[in-house]
Write a protein that binds this ligand. Structure first.
Ligand code: 2P0
Length: 318
């Protein structure tokens, strides 16, 4: 519309998510169009809440603190809001808070942009289909496409140059016994943003050529395993997919390694335990922390082996 309605106060919550089949590499950097589809599980009550209210001047708050106007995060948030208010003079107060424990060392751009998108859609009373909301969230951060829902979601890479067919949808699967365990390794700020990391990998890694097709076929196989609730197949595929993604980074020039010696120690311990019968698999993202995939029946064993782990039950009622 030419004339947008006056923004209404709005609040939205979005969970963070962990990819079981990874997004790594873009075919369009401005639109965050991926080279391959990806599939995730949302982290239930670990996420972001965003509150938007009309204001006399633009303000961005994070964890109850007003950010200075030149803060890069504040700038990114306001530039994203401009897509909705089309640069018209509609000053907004935007408040975001995360429930992700800092000690877990998880990034929050997925839940942050998903919550921001949902709050803006509400504030401007836009009656948009979910596909379109997911597409908008993608413009903030690729992984935000998958954070609009609880449970499993698949982000379809799409083929159009304008991105109109690149968005996520939830999978109609309830898997109450499914668990994620976060094993914190390093909770400090990461050395390279995932945005820079993936662009560097695409531009310089001689192994990256093998990734898009492998990732696409992994994504479909992982979706089938989720739909069949076949835990062993899902775990094997998800772990292999994550390690293949990290292999493309190790081959980049210069090499990019988000994993630390302690991450590898966790993997060695896991592999030994698995050899002895433990049913758990690992996945790692653009950081040193390790996430385990397991079912409720293995939760006590995982806790005994990794006392520092934090357990998440994605399908428990909130
Ligand atoms: C994922 N990651 O699928 C992959 C696995 C990190 C490793 O999506 O540039 O913050 O904002 O689209 O979404 C993190 O990348 O990147 C990510 P942008 P994003 O979860």
């Amino acid at each position: 519309p030419d004339q947008l309605p006056t923004p209404q106060p709005a609040t939205a919550y979005a969970p963070s998510n962990i990819a079981l089949s990874k997004y790594w590499g873009k075919r369009d950097k401005a639109l965050n169009l991926p080279l391959n589809s990806s599939l995730s599980i949302s982290l239930r009550d670990w996420g972001s809440t965003t509150r938007i209210s009309p204001s006399s001047t633009d303000e961005v708050w994070f964890q109850d603190r007003l950010l200075p106007a030149d803060d890069p995060f504040a700038d990114k948030v306001l530039r994203f809001a401009n897509r909705f208010r089309r640069d018209q003079m509609m000053p907004l107060k935007i408040e975001t808070s995360n429930t992700i424990p800092t000690a877990a060392g998880l990034a929050s751009s997925a839940s942050g942009f998903a919550a921001l998108t949902m709050a803006l859609v509400q504030a401007f009373q836009l009656d948009l289909p979910d596909d379109t909301v997911s597409m908008f969230a993608r413009l903030g951060s690729g992984s935000a496409t998958r954070s609009l829902w609880h449970g499993f979601a698949r982000w379809e890479r799409g083929h159009a140059n304008d991105g109109t067919d690149s968005f996520a949808r939830p999978l109609e699967v309830r898997w109450p016994a499914f668990r994620i365990a976060i094993i914190p390794v390093d909770t400090g700020p990461k050395s390279h943003s995932s945005r820079d990391g993936m662009n560097h990998t695409v531009a310089t890694s001689p192994l990256f050529g093998a990734w898009p097709a492998q990732a696409e076929s992994d994504c479909t196989a992982i979706q089938n395993a989720v739909q069949d609730q076949n835990f062993q197949t899902l775990g094997q595929l998800a772990e292999a997919n994550a390690l293949a993604m990290h292999a493309t980074m190790l081959a980049a020039r210069p090499a990019l390694s988000y994993l630390k010696p302690e991450s590898w120690q966790v993997l060695e311990t896991l592999w030994t335990a698995r050899h002895e019968g433990l049913a758990a698999f690992a996945t790692m993202d653009a950081g040193a922390n390790v996430k385990l995939i397991l079912e409720a029946s293995s939760a006590a064993d995982v806790k005994a082996i990794f006392p520092q782990s934090r357990l998440i039950a994605p399908f428990d009622p909130l």
